[in-house]
Design a binder for this molecule. Sequence first.
Ligand SMILES: N[C@@H](CCC(=O)N[C@@H](CS)C(=O)NCC(=O)O)C(=O)O
Length: 242
Amino acid sequence: MTRTIDNTTRSLFNENAHKQDNAFKVLYFKVHAMGGNIRAILAASGAKWECAFPKDWMNEEKKTTLFGVLPNLFETTTTGETIEVAESDAIENYLCKKFNLLGVDAFDEMKIRAFSSSIQSLSNFVLIKIGGMKDPDVKAAMRTQFIESLVPRFATYHERHLEANGRNGHYVGDKLSYADIKLVVLLVTIFSFTGETQINKQVTPAIWAVWEKVNAIPSYAKWIKSEEYQGIVDGNLQLLGY
Ligand SMILES: N[C@@H](CCC(=O)N[C@@H](CS)C(=O)NCC(=O)O)C(=O)O
């Protein structure tokens, strides 16, 4: 039977909402898709965290999740209680607030959310219209649209916004944000379709500065070099084709 969100956990949740030293577990499949940003946020923030993968999704985990889908976040407090957050948007938002990834004021947050939303549109296109497309002809047409139209348009607009912030490796101010992290996750996907033909140090130096800055964060660099990350890259290729 499907559970609901337990209202008796309100005070535990609220007390821990801004605590960064808890331990986190991301339950998701061996693909980037809707778990990629969550893992990247935790990695870039230097959190104590681990990946978990369903063991028998249809017969076990699916029946106990809040919506019958993944990702799910589990947070263990320093006194051993567990907090659960479901749904990718809610998880990402929760972690961004916890790890101060939404800028210094409401204006910064509006900008970061605008950039993030624009990035998400491209990620959704790839996941739904290419990865999830069964018809090979439609899939090929979507792939062409992505490479020839969406990526160049994205690169032009985002390069302009990043240039306006001083080409310093950040979308907003001089601080790591949600948008910086999401961009780097999307770039991994873009590179798997185009290589570095459209986005590179010479043509899009401001986008490249974000790529270099996030990849240089020691905890993030450790994550993307890990065997577990490589296993997810392989899983993505096998299941979604990119
Ligand atoms: N609205 C959900 C969608 C999650 C979702 O669609 N997850 C898919 C994988 S990307 C899933 O769990 N599929 C397995 C199933 O439906 O049994 C979110 O944003 O977290």
